[in-house]
Design a protein around this ligand. Structure first.
Ligand SMILES: Cc1cc2nc3c(=O)[nH]c(=O)nc-3n(C[C@H](O)[C@H](O)[C@H](O)COP(=O)(O)OP(=O)(O)OC[C@H]3O[C@@H](n4cnc5c(N)ncnc54)[C@H](O)[C@@H]3O)c2cc1C
Length: 593
């Protein structure tokens, strides 16, 4: 099995050439003193060492051994605790944290590159610090100063972890019907009761304390999602001086036995009158949780790319090594019994599909991270508002399209290995099992598609979409006269036009057909994703076409050319499904299923 190599050069290409982050960083007062090219590159290089040398070697055993539950305690796989300590010692948990409370305040564009490396090295491991970072972000955005003082520094340092407790046995996609209860105890806190399931890192042996962010309903609150509040429920209560007090009434009843990510503890958490503290205002919990969920949703997309990158690296190495059959164009290695399978067009198609999706995915997550940075750090209110809209529009695409493409990529990587991809030895089957969950949790990809089409496009009559497409059109207008880019710009113009037509069709028809949004959402998200990846490839090509004598840039142009010719065209079949309407989905009576 080949080792994981962090794709540093690719990440640096995106940061420094495609997105030219130094301009933004140096012109943004909140970032100018914190970060420059040298610092960013040094951070990425250190991140690459930690992830490839310390974390990646643990991944295989974490799958074999898994997290183990015994009498309420969870033991993480061998090596996790030591690696986690190194992660904390390196200050990685503080990377993008609020500097007022011990964070480093680094931009998301940089952090997302490091996140990808962590996910590549081990999804199971990466989930522990990822949930903490998301919980800390929700607290830093919505909690009182006192709460931030109590929790943030220790969460950034990694001494304490964070979780996200939403799901209940009967309430997953529909959180409005949750029954966990929070009763005011008259002492400035609440008594939280209920059972949460599937809680990632709900219990573990890596940290001294676990800070659960729990959604629950205060008696008398409005029904549905508007009656949900958010509470901080620490595993150990905390004394005024910050030291740990007694154990709170929250316990881990069991952990799930899963298809993949076996080193990540997925816990049933029982809250039996546990002491919890209200975050912000009553009944705004779901809105607050969206801060965390949006962070995690981009993180899920990055998780997908991380896994698919490893799958590609291993599959490409294997395809150059494995000898089977002869090239249709005549033997490539006549001295050997057979040619390497990379000579076969179908194997090349699998590898190029993986690579073109992975590189576009990485570019897309960097692009979304850039919008998050503008929304957070820019001095200009208009830029912040514009970036906020783009984040809202693109987050469901980042979560769902990136993970759908990543799963497909990992399945292709497995196929490159033939039967050897199906057996344990090469690691490919673990990648397929591990990455599958990214399509399911943090809101299934079906729910993401409904969010995109229903809430982000139809509900605002295409307003956010219009400004995104305007940006792409400004880019194509600028380069339409550049002949070296015609293979990118021309298909992109056509694809954008098709997305516009589809959107207009749906906006018009969804009033008369109430099932149309639900019937079209996943196909619409796919079209949106393919068009966005086309835009990413056009941007990457624009920074490569005059450097084609260098093999790095030549490969960019060739992989991008493959994408524009063979994958962007997939939008046509998705469009046809959408134009078919909802009838064929809704016609059959339930009893016939
Ligand atoms: C390994 C793992 C880790 C997890 N970690 C966490 C965690 O840390 N914290 C946490 O709170 N939760 C966590 N979850 C829960 C996860 O987020 C949910 O499982 C997920 O959101 C789906 O909810 P559900 O399982 O109840 O499925 P359901 O909501 O029952 O959905 C079943 C199917 O119906 C579809 N569906 C549901 N409603 C609609 C609708 N209105 N329109 C169209 N289709 C619909 C869904 O897309 C899905 O295909 C985790 C789950 C797993 C498996």
């Amino acid at each position: 099995m080949s080792e994981y190599q962090a794709p540093l050069k690719d990440m640096q290409f995106l940061l420094h050439e495609v997105f030219q982050v130094e301009n933004f960083w140096s012109q943004t007062p909140k970032l100018a003193e914190l970060i420059d090219k040298e610092t960013a590159d040094a951070i990425l290089e250190e991140g690459a060492k930690l992830t490839s040398q310390v974390i990646a070697p643990l991944n295989r055993n974490s799958d074999e051994q898994g997290a183990v539950w015994q009498e309420g305690a969870v033991t993480t796989p061998d090596g996790f605790a030591k690696a986690y300590q190194l992660y904390c010692d390196g200050g990685w948990g503080a990377l993008s944290g609020d500097p007022e409370f011990g964070g480093m305040g680094m931009p998301k564009m940089l952090q997302s590159a490091f996140e990808e490396m962590t996910q590549s090295s081990s999804i199971s491991f990466a989930l522990y610090p990822m949930l903490t970072a998301g919980a800390a972000l929700a607290l830093s955005s919505h909690a009182s100063v006192e709460m931030k003082q109590t929790y943030l520094e220790k969460m950034y340092s990694g001494e304490w972890a964070g979780t996200m407790c939403l799901t209940e046995p009967h309430a997953g996609s529909d959180l409005g019907i949750m029954t966990s209860k929070a009763e005011d105890d008259g002492e400035g806190s609440y008594k939280i009761s209920g059972t949460k399931i599937f809680i990632t890192g709900g219990e573990q042996d890596l940290t001294d304390n676990i800070i659960h962010l729990v959604l629950a309903k205060i008696p008398g609150a409005p029904a549905g999602p508007r009656g949900i509040s958010m509470f901080v429920v620490p595993k150990f209560l905390i004394n005024e001086d910050g030291s740990l007090a007694s154990r709170n009434l929250v316990t881990c009843g069991s952990i799930e036995h899963k298809m993949g990510i076996k080193g990540s503890a997925t816990c049933v958490m029982n809250f039996d009158g546990a002491t919890g503290y209200l975050v912000g205002e009553q009944n705004k919990g779901l809105n607050y949780m969206f801060t965390m969920m949006n962070y995690e949703r981009l993180g899920m997309g990055i998780q997908g790319t991380g896994a698919a990158e490893v799958s590609y690296q291993q599959a490409a190495a294997y395809a150059k090594d494995r000898l089977q059959g002869r090239s249709a164009g005549g033997a490539k290695s006549p001295d050997k019994k057979a040619d390497a399978i990379i000579v076969h067009p179908d194997v090349r198609k699998m590898l190029l599909t993986m690579r073109s999706l992975n590189e576009a995915g990485r570019c897309f997550s960097t692009y979304v991270a850039k919008q998050l940075d503008i929304a957070k750090f820019s001095d200009e209110a208009e830029s912040r508002a514009q970036a906020d809209q783009l984040v809202a529009l693109l987050t469901p695409v980042a979560k769902a399209f990136m993970t759908d493409m990543a799963f497909d990529s990992c399945a292709l990587g497995q196929m490159v290995f033939g039967g050897h991809g199906y057996v344990r030895e090469w690691g490919q089957e673990q990648l397929v099992r591990d990455v599958r969950i990214a399509q399911i949790y943090e809101g299934t990809n079906g729910i993401q598609a409904l969010d995109l089409l229903g809430r982000k496009v139809v509900a605002n009559k295409g307003l956010f979409l219009e400004s995104y497409l305007k940006e792409i059109t400004a880019f194509t207008n600028l380069h339409v006269q550049t002949p070296q880019l015609s293979a990118f710009i021309e298909p992109l113009i056509i694809a954008v036009d098709k997305l516009k037509q589809l959107s207009t069709h749906l906006l018009t028809k969804c009033q008369s057909d109430k099932h149309l949004v639900g019937a079209s959402a996943t196909d619409y998200l796919a079209v949106f994703g393919y068009v966005s990846y086309g835009y990413m490839w056009a941007m990457m090509a624009e920074k490569s076409y005059d450097k084609a004598d260098n093999e790095f840039y030549l490969a960019k142009l060739q992989v991008g050319d493959f994408y524009m010719k063979r994958l962007l065209t997939r939008i046509d079949s998705h469009s046809q499904s959408i134009f078919a309407g909802s009838d064929s989905l809704m016609a059959m009576d339930e009893t016939l299923f």
